[in-house]
Design a protein around this ligand. Structure first.
Ligand code: B12
Length: 280
């Protein structure tokens, strides 16, 4: 079988009848899928046909042809290792009326889930996932400050993942989302020993601890962490959540006080904790 080397971006632009810079913008916005080979962007013939059938849309969230799929665009830029393009997708989504929170939950997270699924099916090499992780870390670094809310804090919470749990992107995103709701967050990141949870709680006078578990193999370590926190600070509620905590029963099994099934659930629980702290 002859490998489809595709066209250079110059050839693709000529084929589409647009200026090179226009074609380049399509790529950077994730509208036209291209990969870089030996320093040159290349577009496959099948992608060119797909694009021709449904050309680029203006950067508004909703158009006559339906919603722009920002997460698909992000997925394409992450897989291509295109850091500038990935940031352009963020900027375009924000310009089209999205919020930083929705960029996390509706653009970046689904793109990562697709990358994970494609990796699990053997379609993507692990290096692609690692490279995507690096890009997302930088995006979170740039977006993060936008989540800090001015005014009186609702209280402090510690958020982290137990020893052995390396899925830290989710901890960073969750921390920002909780910050946006007015909480002071001590984000101790992934793979944190129980002693770090305890020191951070004590140092910040936290009213709750949130433990995020993504991989089921981290459940024993989560249980050890919860037990250690409970031993050190019996009155501080421990909330667990994440992809690895699949039910209330699993949360109870690791000894947690609460299971947060999602962000809204977590914010509601934290609100209850704040109210009970005030009335105590
Ligand atoms: C990036 C990634 C990695 C990176 C992590 C880098 C980093 N710094 O985070 C690296 C390469 C280190 C990695 C390693 C591994 N990974 Co990995 N990884 C992923 C990937 C692609 C993205 C993770 C992510 O950030 N997702 C985005 C987040 C935001 O989505 P989310 O997890 O659904 O989180 C949402 C909610 O759960 C919620 N949430 C999360 N925590 C909490 C907590 C509370 C309290 C609340 C309320 C909500 C909440 O917030 C999010 C809102 O959208 C996922 C794919 C996927 N489906 O997520 C695989 C995935 C999680 N990994 C997987 C696997 C198998 C592994 C490895 C075992 C691979 C290996 N053989 O080494 C190791 C395990 C490492 C370890 N010990 O922890 C599997 C897990 C399968 C399973 N059965 O649990 C997945 C699902 C891939 C797949 N489809 O198979 N991984």
């Amino acid at each position: 079988m002859v490998r489809d080397e595709g066209l250079t971006l110059h050839e693709a632009a000529a084929d589409l009848g647009v200026h090179y810079m226009t074609a380049y913008r399509y790529v950077r916005l994730g509208q036209l899928d291209a990969v870089k080979r030996a320093g040159t962007w290349r577009v496959s013939r099948s992608e060119l046909e797909r694009f021709r059938a449904a050309p680029a849309e203006e950067p508004s969230e909703s158009t006559g042809r339906g919603r722009v799929d920002w997460s698909e665009r992000m997925h394409s830029r992450l897989v291509a290792g295109d850091i500038g393009g990935a940031w352009s997708v963020v900027e375009s989504a924000l310009a089209a009326g999205s919020t930083p929170a929705r960029v996390y939950t509706e653009v970046i997270s689904p793109a990562l889930v697709t990358i994970g699924d494609r990796w699990a099916q053997g379609e993507l090499d692990i290096s692609v996932e690692h490279r995507a992780t690096g890009i997302v870390q930088r995006i979170i670094g740039r977006l993060g400050p936008q989540f800090v809310r001015r005014g009186r804090s609702r209280g402090s919470v510690v958020i982290g993942s137990p020893s052995g749990e390396r899925h830290g992107l989710v901890v960073s995103m969750l921390s920002d989302l909780v910050r946006a709701a007015g909480w002071e967050v001590s984000d101790i990141g992934a793979d944190s020993p129980a002693s770090s949870f305890i020191s951070a709680m004590r140092e910040t006078g936290s009213v709750a601890v949130v433990v995020s578990v993504t991989h089921a193999d981290s459940l024993p370590s989560c249980r050890d962490t919860v037990l250690a926190i409970r031993g050190a600070e019996p009155d501080i509620p421990v909330i667990v959540g994440g992809r690895g905590i699949t039910s209330r029963a699993v949360a109870a099994d690791v000894g947690a006080d609460h299971h947060a099934a999602g962000l809204d659930d977590l914010l509601e629980l934290l609100g209850e904790v704040a109210a009970s702290t005030r009335s105590a």
